[in-house]
Design a protein around this ligand. Structure first.
Ligand SMILES: [Zn+2]
Length: 270
């Protein structure tokens, strides 16, 4: 009898995680919610804290500022396809009035991290820690089908043509990243109708499962909830050709819409 009980207890212990795992997978798979995170925050006196163009020669762009202005275009594209889209930011409402208005229009949820540069623990997967984790906590609270961290890249203090942009993703997000890259390469990169010049180099996909690298544990925490997640690092603000392209309003809208279409095409093909 005791042995039988032990066998049953062991089975229960073994079955429970598999069951919970399956349930979590189903929630993510069936979810129609997309969460976008405006990757950096707005500091009241110093402004946006993301990458920026080296000087004003080819346009003035700062990552945080850019995504406050254009995350709403990604959202519109996602919602037009029948999904729900929520945008968050780790900081507080920008003190810049135009950005605050853009945030309100796009319905940005401000997580208001007490200290936006401090390291926080994932409430869903406590061994995961990172700066910006409070955004990931908010994202996973929404039980999403995809999470996209909106960024641009920069790899030089000076202007330099550099073309190896990529979508960084978690393990369960490889197909999301591949689809987003396909759409970006098809609709934006080097397109003959005046797309973003990139000298024939397509944007790639990089699996990031190392928590020590930028954003690694945002992706890992999402992975442990079976949620496909991607960090967009397609454009380089230190690349004069990318800066020139993205500083035109119409191009920025097109770029944001292509991010949205990539998400939609992935969700539609699940
Ligand atoms: Zn960034």
């Amino acid at each position: 009898m005791k042995r039988l009980f032990l066998a049953a207890a062991t089975a229960a212990v073994l079955l429970l995680p598999a069951c919970v795992q399956q349930q979590m997978q189903q929630i993510a798979y069936n979810s129609k919610v997309v969460v976008l995170d405006i990757g950096h925050y707005y500091e009241p006196t110093r402004g946006g804290q993301g990458a920026r163009t080296p000087d004003a020669r080819y346009g003035v762009i700062e990552e945080t500022d850019f995504w406050y202005r254009y995350a709403g275009e990604v959202k519109k594209t996602v919602e037009a396809a029948g999904y729900t889209c929520r945008i968050c930011n780790r900081g507080d409402v920008p003190t810049n009035r135009k950005l605050a208005a853009a945030a309100e229009k796009a319905g940005v949820h401000h997580v208001k991290s007490p200290e936006p540069t401090a390291i926080y623990r994932s409430t869903h997967h406590p061994k995961r820690v990172a700066v910006g984790m409070l955004s990931t906590n908010y994202a996973l609270d929404q039980q999403p089908g995809a999470v996209v961290f909106l960024h641009h890249n920069s790899n030089s203090e000076k202007w330099r043509v550099y073309n190896k942009g990529a979508f960084y993703c978690n393990k369960v997000g490889v197909r999301l990243a591949q689809t987003m890259a396909q759409v970006m390469n098809r609709d934006i990169i080097d397109t003959p109708d005046g797309g973003m010049p990139n000298h024939g180099v397509p944007c790639g996909v990089v699996l990031r499962d190392n928590g020590r690298l930028g954003g690694g544990d945002w992706l890992n925490a999402c992975n442990e909830s079976y949620v496909p997640a991607v960090i967009t690092e397609v454009a380089f603000l230190s690349n004069p050709e990318h800066a020139k392209y993205l500083s035109k309003h119409q191009n920025a809208v097109k770029f944001a819409q292509a991010i949205g279409r990539g998400i939609v095409e992935f969700l539609n093909q699940r």
